[in-house]
Write a protein that binds this ligand. Structure first.
Ligand SMILES: *Cc1c(COP(=O)(O)O)cnc(C)c1O
Length: 225
């Protein structure tokens, strides 16, 4: 299967899921997760019309950003250590993985230095998996209060990676929970939090049915890693 064929299959799956959910395809952005794949694969996909790419490691992402050049934008979807915030700020249009106050403050400080406002999502961990990154429900209130008070960070919404599941349907409850959490947070903060980053190769259709505005898709587009 060529990359174009794989990409077109993903677009068709998105369209079908949007149809079932009564949503327009424009309301669901695809973040093509290119980790481990070379810049040439990114360019090939850009030629098919894809514009947003995701990386999970800062250094790999930065190298590819330089190699691919202008015309596309980049999201950081993986865990970010506070000591790497400096490298990520301003390079990635959206950081999906803010999960501690320390990281949020560090992003704010580095964004201020660069004279910009960094768009971020808060990564939630609703399943209480000890090993996973993401803020738990108990830490969420204080983290959100901290972020909205920062002048150089713009909170756009939430991201989740549900626990490993055998069937896509098993992820539905986590996607629905994230949407409800977002609705409550937006109400409490009195601001809109439009983005819900949820769904990957194995479960993005279910995520779309539950309100995803960004689906992060790697293998279905680029192939197995
Ligand atoms: C790798 C990765 C993805 C894409 O996963 P696939 O299963 O390849 O679609 C999405 N989100 C994050 C955070 C990732 O690290």
């Amino acid at each position: 299967m060529t990359q174009r064929t794989a990409y077109e299959a993903v677009l068709a799956r998105r369209a079908a899921a949007c149809g079932r959910a009564g949503r327009s395809v424009d309301s669901v952005g695809i973040v093509a997760v290119s980790k481990t794949f070379p810049a040439a694969a990114v360019r090939e996909l850009a030629d098919c019309g894809q514009r947003v790419f995701g990386e999970n490691r800062v250094q790999e992402g930065l190298a590819k950003i330089v190699e691919v050049g202008p015309g596309v934008s980049w999201h950081l979807v993986g865990h970010l250590q506070a000591n790497k915030a400096r490298d990520a700020v301003g390079r990635f249009a959206l950081i999906h993985s803010v999960d501690t106050e320390r990281l949020a403050r560090e992003i704010d400080r580095r964004a201020a230095e660069r004279g910009l406002r960094q768009a971020v999502l808060v990564q939630a961990n609703l399943s209480r998996e000890a090993t996973k990154s993401g803020v738990g429900e108990e830490g969420l209130g204080p983290l959100l209060e901290t972020i909205v008070a920062l002048g150089h960070v713009q909170l756009r919404g939430f991201m989740i990676i549900p626990p490993p599941a055998e069937r896509a349907e098993d992820s539905r409850r986590w996607f629905a929970a994230l949407r409800e959490l977002r609705d409550r947070a937006a109400e409490r903060l009195g601001q809109s939090l439009p983005e819900l980053s949820m769904g990957m190769t194995d479960d993005f259709e279910v995520a779309i049915e539950e309100g995803a505005t960004l689906v992060r898709i790697g293998r279905a587009i680029f192939g197995e890693r």
